[in-house]
Design a binder for this molecule. Structure first.
Ligand code: SF4
Length: 323
């Protein structure tokens, strides 16, 4: 069910980013953004493979990403910050790595996973378990070539994949693409995200990301606005899940929250069964009230076993691929 991911691990196919490095494109710094996007889309649809091309599709993606970051719209907050000068609403300016290590707490098919935690986030979840890194500027800037070296080392230590997360990886698109320019390992790239990315970001990820590991939190915009301070949640996240389903493998996580079975869990699981039926689904039980959750009565207690069982029952009745 994670076909692409398994085939890369078996050495049968290449990780997408390696192919993006071998697709030849012709562009120049004087091209305007619209012209760059046209060349990008054409190269994706009609790839011209070359040995060590002078300019590759990955180089073109980096050029586009750098231009977007000058008036940032990597996420649907579209706050327009010039990230070379100041921090966006996500508290990201330059990319900072809060920690990186071989993670053994992810889904069984992903571990050990070389997990790179960026600081900052496009959401402000009141129950965030990583609030110390997601809601604060912290961590350190690592040169992309040095992080690429770390990827090589972690792979030799047994990492099955590179797992880009945070906070959220979305504000860090240019940095991730630049790091991959220095990589040559055949290792799957995982986008571990809340999926509040802009369409531009989803286009830049196309041809780079092998597996989308998503966090589908809410079944309506009211809960999203109240608990994560985001607007248009459902429209954005549903759109991006449909794109991800087309672009690569899809593993959807849903954290079941107390008192949110009817408004969120049931809706999300039904949506998955209708729209991305072959995705893998992880119905998660580990909710605990952290950060500011005690200020919100509905989520101020841990999940009851009966609530988790109800969520699992819904997923089972819908015939989802639950792990
Ligand atoms: S990623 Fe950050 S800086 Fe960019 S649009 Fe979103 S909130 Fe603003």
């Amino acid at each position: 069910m994670l076909r692409r991911y398994s085939d890369i691990l078996d050495g049968e196919i290449e990780a997408k980013y390696l192919e993006a490095k071998s697709i030849e494109v012709d562009f120049s710094k004087s091209d305007d953004l619209e012209a760059l996007w046209k060349k990008h889309d054409h190269a994706l649809e009609n790839p011209k493979i070359a040995d060590a091309p002078e300019k590759s599709l990955l180089d073109l993606k980096i050029e586009i990403a750098e231009r977007i970051s000058r008036s940032c719209r990597f996420c649907e907050r579209r706050c327009g910050t010039d990230r070379s000068r100041s921090y966006g609403m996500c508290k990201v300016k330059e990319s900072r790595v809060a920690s990186e290590f071989l993670h053994i707490g992810e889904e069984y098919m992903l571990i050990p996973s070389y997990t790179i935690f960026f600081s900052g986030c496009t959401f402000n979840c009141v129950f965030c378990q990583n609030w110390d890194i997601s809601q604060n500027v912290c961590g350190r800037y690592i040169q992309p070539e040095d992080l690429a070296k770390m990827i090589r080392i972690r792979k030799s230590q047994g990492a099955l994949n590179v797992n880009w997360v945070g906070g959220d990886p979305t504000p860090n698109v240019p940095y991730i693409l630049k790091t991959l320019r220095f990589c040559d390992e055949n290792i799957p790239q995982i986008w571990n995200s809340n999926m509040y990315c802009s369409l531009e970001t989803m286009k830049l990820l196309n041809g780079v990301i092998d597996l989308y590991l998503t966090d589908f939190k809410y079944g309506n915009n009211k809960c999203a606005e109240k608990l994560s301070n985001v607007k248009r949640y459902l429209e954005v996240v549903e759109r991006n899940h449909l794109i991800a389903y087309e672009q690569g493998d899809l593993l959807i996580r849903h954290l079941v929250m107390p008192n949110h079975i009817e408004c969120c869990t049931r809706y999300i699981l039904r949506w998955i069964s209708k729209n991305t039926p072959n995705s893998i689904v992880n119905v998660m039980e580990q909710y605990r009230p952290e950060y500011k959750a005690h200020e919100y009565e509905d989520i101020s207690r841990p999940l009851r076993i009966s609530e988790y069982e109800e969520a699992l029952e819904i997923a089972k009745d819908l015939g989802l691929n639950v792990i």
